[in-house]
Write a protein that binds this ligand. Sequence first.
Ligand code: S3P
Length: 473
Amino acid sequence: MCYVPRTQHRYLPSRAIPTVITPVQQHTHQRTMPLRALPGPALAGGIQVSGDKSISHRALIIGGLARGRTKVTGLLEGHDVLATGAAMRAMGARIERFDSGVWSIDGTGVGALLAPDAALDFGNAGTGARLIMGLVAGHGLTASFTGDASLRKRPMGRVLTPLREIGARVVTGEGERLPLTLEGARDPIPITYRLPVPSAQVKSAILLAGLNSAGVTTVIEPEATRDHTERMLEFFGAKLEMGEESDGGRRIALIGRPDLVGRDITVPGDPSSAAFPVVAGLIVPGSRLAVERVMVNPTRAGLFDTLSEMGATIRQTNLRTLGGEPVADIEVVAGPLSGVDVPAARAPSMIDEYPVLAVAAAFAQGTSVMRGLAELRVKESDRLAAIVSGLAANGVAARIEGDDLIVEGTGGRVPGGGTVETFLDHRIAMSFLVMGLGAERPVTIDDASMIATSFPDFVDLMTGLGARLEPVS
Ligand code: S3P
């Protein structure tokens, strides 16, 4: 966890975080950016993808709450994370950018957040909105939450229900959707809550609310979801006790009112971003590439296991620890893939990777079945519907049966030639661009602008590997 700032004294005034744009404004003013991926040359080379989105959000939130200074290196500077930074700043944290990915945060201390003057705008980001609802709920302050058209459609009841048990009140907001105003509890009640859906966002919101509670807040999750909040809270000095339930679930108990103290954090590469070049390297004939220092925390690595089961040549080398998380270099060589049956129990460890797995499945020989995907309906778009219609537009048969997704593989001969509707969803956009690189004809997406929410370097990194991506006028 050693931190060596790359630029020691290039201290930017707080107004100078150039990229913190109000996301709703940004969305209103931006034009859609159609982009086309051309089938083409083999991809080759070694790249590093930007920092993990989940960890970057948490670094700003927990660092913004902790007493003293947190230094972050490798922070993802995507729109989603910058919106979280802007929200933490509006609640009293001092957040400064030194250099690309290198930030410092002076936190307020647990219990000392301020009420923001204006509505907090989270743009496209469910994680930022839901986690900060947790903070507000436990801090006796009132804040309004809003976001873009995609975020305003997403369910917030899953997080508001436990936060009401803690003592928070939703004072405006219809249908448990944004925009809404939340009034936090002055004396938050320590609750025990069993998650009805496997959601790291809901778990994290409850734990963050519990930080300012005088007792022990317990979350029981039937299936393990990403554990970055637990890891980071412990790293900053909180006491958590983990246990196993008799039904195999996990129990996480947080002792309230810890003295969180600022720390130095290095953010490892995002496995959800690495997924795109990894799948591209498997489906574009002749490719051989490596994505370096990718986080392989078991609660996030389900895609890599699934690709191995499909017969992919995929190797994890140079396994080490970075920023308290396991990381590895991921090397892939293109080759035939076979259909796979992905059990529902694996879904939490690869929940964001199904769009790109569906693309890999389209190139495979045989049928793939991905089970238990109800949660995909409430992501940045209804991803089950978006995947099936994107595949159909490019000549690949797929269907939804209950909560399962079934893709009929083409044995490597995806026709392509279609235009994909992306529904303000960055991962749908990147997945279908990857498809176009290996298809028989180009694949066009209606809008690439949302890619900047999570993976601003996507186009540069992919073209650096040899991919042909061209704007469509
Ligand atoms: C996230 C949790 C997941 C994931 C999202 C990031 C997080 O959402 O899809 O992209 O950082 O906690 P859910 O908690 O809704 O499953």
